[in-house]
Design a protein around this ligand. Structure first.
Ligand code: URA
Length: 433
C-alpha cells in the first residue's frame, strides 16, 4: 500500500477501507509515514470529509495505537464524560461525586489543560496533597472502594491522536468534524469507557460557534459510539459566557464544593444536574432522565455528594478539610475589583477573552511547560442578564502580582453592558441520542 495512492484516493473524495486506515494510523505513529504525506491526507479529509464507516475505523485505529485501559475489574457500567472545553468548565469535578454517590462507577482519566485555565487534574492538584498519578491497580481499587477516582491521562493513551493533533494544529486542519470527533472518541474508547456523555459547548468560548455545527459534531460522535458499542449521548450546552462564576484552579474547586453543598451558582448547578442525570441513565441506575434528575437533586440535598467528594479527595492523598475550610486551598495575595464604566444590563461576556485574562494571571498555560499558579483567577460578580450600576464591581481579580492593568482592560472589553435587558440565556440547546 503506497501512501501517495491513499492520498490520491481521498483527494478524489473516495472512501478509505478499514485496512487502509489502520495502515495509515500505524505507519504514521511508528514514523514510517512522514509528516508531509500525513499533512496532505489530513487536508484531503478536511475538504472531502469521511463516511461514518471511515470515522469509526479511524477512531478504533487511533484508540488501538497505544495502551487500551482495561476497566473490567470494576463492577458496573463505567460511564465517562467529556466536554469539548470551555472557560470555567468544572462540571467533571461536580458530576463525578454525584454519580458515584448514586452507584455509577467513575474511573476517569483527564488531561492537563493547555490554554485558558487548567484541566480537571490541574484543578484537583490545587488541593494540598492530591495525587493524580496512581498505578492502574491502585486506580481500579480506588474506584471499587469509593466508586470514584480521577487520574492524569496515561502518556501512552492514543499516541496516534497526540501526533496527529499536533500536526493538525500546524496545518490548519483542526476544525474538521470527522477529525475532531474521532480524536475525542479515540481517547474515550482507549480509557475503557462503557458509555459516554458528551458535553458539546457552543459560543464565544467554544470550538463550535453555532448550534448547527455543534449538532453535526454531536451526531458524528454519538454515531461513532453506537457503531463501537458504547452507549453515547451528547448534550449541546452554552459557552457564550463562562460557566459559573469562578475561573482559576483553586477557585473552581471552591465553586464545585458550593454546588455539591447545594449553595452554588444556579445555572452551573442546573447544567451539572442534567449531565449527572444522563450519566446515571447510561449507567442504568435509572430508566428515565426525570427520575434521575430528581435523585441527583436529592443526593445533593442530603449532603451525600459532598461526603463522596471528601472521601474521594482523601483517598487520593488530598486534604478533605478543604471542603469546610476553603482557606486551606491556595489563595492569591491581591484582590482587585473591575468596576463598570456605565450602567445597564450585562448583554454579553466574551468567554474567550475572560479565559485569556485568567491565563495572563497564571491560571492557565500558554505553553506546555508553563507552571500554573493555582491561587489566581477571576470571580465574575455579574453575569448575562444582571443589572449593573456605574462604578459597581463586575469582576474580582485574584492575583499574585500588584499590577493587573492589562488583565483589567481585557475584562472590561469582554463585558458588553447595554441599556436593554437581554433574553434569558439558554443553558441546554439540544440533546442528541
Ligand atoms: N479535542 C480533542 O481531543 N481533539 C480535537 O480534535 C479537538 C478537541
Amino acid at each position: 500500500m503506497r501512501m501517495v495512492d491513499l492520498i490520491h484516493k481521498k483527494r478524489l473524495g473516495e472512501g478509505l477501507t478499514d485496512q487502509e486506515i489502520t495502515h495509515i494510523v500505524s505507519g504514521y505513529t511508528n514514523g514510517d509515514i512522514p509528516d508531509y504525506q500525513m499533512s496532505a491526507l489530513l487536508m484531503a479529509i478536511f475538504f472531502n470529509g469521511m463516511t461514518s464507516e471511515e470515522i469509526s475505523a479511524l477512531t478504533l485505529a487511533m484508540a488501538g495505537s497505544g495502551e487500551m485501559i482495561d476497566l473490567s475489574a470494576i463492577a458496573g457500567i463505567k460511564v465517562d464524560k467529556h466536554s469539548t472545553g470551555g472557560v470555567g468548565d468544572k462540571i467533571s469535578l461536580i458530576v463525578g461525586p454525584i454519580v458515584a454517590s448514586l452507584g455509577v462507577p467513575v474511573a476517569k482519566m483527564s488531561g492537563r489543560g493547555l490554554g485558558h485555565t487548567g484541566g480537571t487534574v490541574d484543578k484537583l492538584e490545587s488541593i494540598p496533597g492530591f495525587q493524580i498519578e496512581l498505578t492502574n491497580e491502585a486506580f481500579i481499587e480506588a474506584v471499587n472502594t469509593n466508586k470514584i477516582a480521577i487520574v492524569g491521562q496515561s502518556g501512552n493513551l492514543a499516541p496516534a491522536d497526540k501526533k496527529m493533533y499536533a500536526l493538525r494544529d500546524v496545518t490548519a486542519t483542526v476544525d474538521s468534524i470527522p477529525l475532531i470527533a474521532s480524536s475525542i472518541m479515540s481517547k474515550k474508547i482507549a480509557s475503557g469507557a462503557d458509555a459516554i456523555v458528551l458535553d458539546v459547548k457552543i459560543g464565544s468560548g467554544a470550538f463550535m460557534k453555532t448550534v448547527d455545527d455543534a449538532r453535526v459534531l454531536a451526531r458524528t460522535m454519538v454515531d461513532i459510539g453506537k457503531k463501537l458499542n458504547r452507549n453515547t449521548i451528547a448534550m449541546i450546552t452554552d459557552m457564550e459566557q463562562p460557566l459559573g462564576r469562578e475561573i482559576g484552579n483553586a477557585n473552581e474547586i471552591r465553586e464545585s464544593i458550593d454546588v455539591l453543598r447545594g449553595t452554588g451558582d444556579k445555572e452551573l448547578t442546573e447544567v451539572a444536574i442534567s449531565v449527572a442525570a444522563y450519566m446515571s441513565v447510561l449507567g442504568k441506575v435509572f430508566e428515565s432522565f426525570e427520575e434521575a434528575q430528581e435523585a441527583v437533586r436529592d443526593i445533593i440535598a442530603k449532603g451525600k455528594a459532598l461526603d463522596t467528594f471528601r472521601r474521594f479527595v482523601a483517598s487520593q492523598g488530598g486534604d478533605p478539610n478543604v471542603v469546610d475550610q476553603p482557606d486551606l486551598l491556595p489563595t492569591a495575595a491581591y484582590h482587585f475589583e473591575v468596576l463598570a464604566e456605565q450602567e445597564g444590563y450585562v448583554n454579553q461576556i466574551d468567554a474567550e477573552h475572560i479565559g485569556i485574562a485568567a491565563m495572563l494571571l497564571g491560571a492557565g498555560r500558554a505553553k506546555k511547560e508553563d507552571q500554573i499558579d493555582y491561587a489566581v483567577g477571576l470571580t465574575l460578580n455579574k453575569k448575562i442578564g444582571d443589572s449593573v450600576k456605574k462604578g459597581e464591581s463586575i469582576c474580582t481579580i485574584h492575583a499574585n502580582r500588584e499590577e493587573v492593568k492589562e488583565v483589567s482592560a481585557m475584562i472590561l472589553d469582554a463585558y458588553r453592558i447595554k441599556s436593554t435587558k437581554p433574553a434569558p440565556v439558554q443553558l441546554i440547546y439540544d440533546v442528541i441520542v
